[in-house]
Design a protein around this ligand. Structure first.
Ligand code: HEC
Ligand code: HEC
Length: 313
């Protein structure tokens, strides 16, 4: 059986019982992930919005899908999404399997019905053969979701200076990054939400982003229907954070310096603002060190720099 060994600092990976990993399945999922034929006009693949060269996000404030249509939210990184209890900013999917078919059918992302997609892929000899090998059946939407999810489970980042520091190497962080680490875990209390190996509590919080807009995104409330969840979004991972600007669900903060300024002023006041968001009164050198910790401390030794594979014909 194939087992995936996550980089140092990350937990063991949970894989759903009905979708065990195999090398052939991961390879198939990688092809599907990079294949623009999964979109109606063959122009958009998962990698268009979650591009390995751009931190597995897209470098834009909001995602651009088929026909240049823009969505309302930024594309989160795929890195370490295998560890998340919830997918999407509002948590509307749990497993990666449940997530993968969403963007394919979304009219402003890839705009393909599943029936059409299955027929399209079944007409490609190279896919038909691989689905037979991996699933013992023709192409199905279930198989597509399982293969893509399996590939995503391999997109991991760990073994960062922070992990080596935690493992006992006192010199792993530069002096500035080490000072920034202390700010992160103490004075600024970033770790009250960005906690654990993946720097997220897996929960939803209102930190005020976009709450001064005319019609703010309701975030988690659209799922839970709870008023207290208005303007709450999933705490994102901070691993490889230097690569995934711009930041936040609406891409409204361009740099990590801006992010730190935003938290320092105590976010945007609104009735649902989380109690862990308040003015921090950081000194200028503390802000600089905090940014250094985020940039240097959480950059993995081996970034998952996956190149587009050869696609089947
Ligand atoms: C047009 C751009 C676009 C395309 C194409 C796209 N995505 Fe996304 N993806 C997004 C956006 C935007 C979100 C966040 C949406 C939200 O939270 O409401 C997202 C969210 C996700 C998430 C959740 C990550 C998290 O941390 O919550 C995963 C996983 C994901 N996409 C995988 C995929 C896969 C697999 C494909 C291809 C089948 C794909 N995406 C195609 C833009 C895109
Ligand atoms: C109350 C919980 C909470 C605290 C405390 C908190 N964060 Fe966040 N963080 C979040 C949530 C939730 C988001 C996403 C918010 C959104 O997009 O609306 C986020 C987003 C971010 C992002 C953007 C990530 C991305 O991929 O776009 C960065 C960077 C970040 N936080 C760093 C920090 C730092 C540094 C601190 C300490 C100064 C901190 N956070 C404190 C919950 C928190």
């Amino acid at each position: 059986m194939f087992t995936l060994k996550p980089p140092a600092g990350l937990a063991a990976l949970k894989v759903p019982k009905d979708n065990p990993l195999s090398e052939a399945k991961i390879e198939l999922g990688k092809q599907l992930y990079f294949d623009a034929r999964l979109s109606r006009d063959n122009t958009v693949s998962c990698a268009s919005c979650h591009d390995p060269a751009k931190g597995w996000s897209n470098g834009e404030a909001v995602a651009t899908g088929i026909d240049g249509q823009k969505g309302g939210r930024s594309a989160p990184t795929i890195i370490n999404s295998a560890y998340q209890y919830f997918q999407f900013w509002d948590g509307r999917a749990a497993e990666l399997e449940g997530q993968a078919l969403g963007p394919i059918q979304n009219p402003i992302e890839m705009n393909m019905s599943l029936d059409e997609l299955v027929a399209k892929l079944n007409a490609i000899e190279g896919y038909r053969k691989q689905f037979q090998d991996v699933f013992g059946a023709e192409v199905t939407s279930d198989g597509i979701a399982k293969a893509i999810a399996s590939f995503e489970r391999t997109v991991l980042s760990g073994d960062a200076p922070f992990d080596r520091f935690k493992a006992g190497d006192a010199k792993a962080l530069s002096e500035a990054a080490e000072r920034g680490r202390k700010v992160f875990f103490n004075k600024a209390q970033c770790s009250s939400c960005h906690t654990g190996a993946n720097f997220t509590d897996g929960a939803f919080h209102n930190i005020g982003i976009g709450m001064d807009k005319e019609k703010p995104d309701e975030g988690r409330r659209t799922e839970s229907k709870l008023e207290g969840d208005r303007g709450s979004f999933k705490t994102p991972t901070l691993r490889e954070i230097a690569r995934t600007a711009p930041y936040m669900h609406d891409g409204s903060l361009a740099t990590l310096e801006e992010v730190v300024e935003y938290y320092d002023k105590g976010g945007t006041p609104n009735p649902q603002l989380d109690e862990a968001i308040f003015p921090l009164n950081l000194k200028e050198d503390e802000k600089r060190d905090l940014v250094t910790f985020l940039k240097e401390g959480l950059a993995g030794a081996s970034y998952p720099d996956v190149k587009p594979p050869k696609l089947p014909e």
